[in-house]
Design a binder for this molecule. Structure first.
Ligand SMILES: C=C(O[C@@H]1C=C(C(=O)O)C=C[C@H]1O)C(=O)O
Length: 115
């Protein structure tokens, strides 16, 4: 790794190229994360509708506990902080449960689900 400055205050062009290469990779990963999350939410919306029709509760803590166990193990194997993985999953699940509550309320009020 070369130094980050040329001495004139400008960033070494080689360092700039390396930074750009890494940032391109980060941008691709961020795009993949957004697409994967969108697909996950499409599936959870369908679960929410199914639960509303069959009057099942929005949250399923036993299922969540199994998912957290599994995700923590996957994170450990991938050398990702399992506490971070758990926090991230809990953040997503909390949003899903909010959606499910809304879908159940709409169904109870005779409203059609949005697509
Ligand atoms: C999607 C579901 O609903 C809720 C959301 C979950 C999730 O986002 O993974 C898991 C369990 C439930 O609390 C489900 O029951 O499968």
């Amino acid at each position: 790794m070369t130094t980050s400055k040329t001495g004139t205050g400008a960033v070494d062009p080689e360092v700039r190229r390396e930074l750009e290469r890494l940032r391109d990779s980060i941008d691709n990963i961020d795009a993949a994360v957004v697409h994967l999350l969108a697909e996950r939410f499409k599936a959870t919306q369908q679960v929410g509708r199914l639960k509303a029709v069959h009057q099942l509760p929005p949250a399923d803590p036993a299922r969540e506990a199994r998912q957290i166990d599994r995700l923590r193990r996957l994170a450990e194997n991938a050398k990702l902080d399992p506490a971070f993985a758990e926090k991230f999953l809990n953040f997503i699940i909390a949003e899903v449960i909010r959606h499910h509550e809304r879908i159940a309320e709409d169904a109870a009020n005779g409203q059609q689900p949005d697509d």
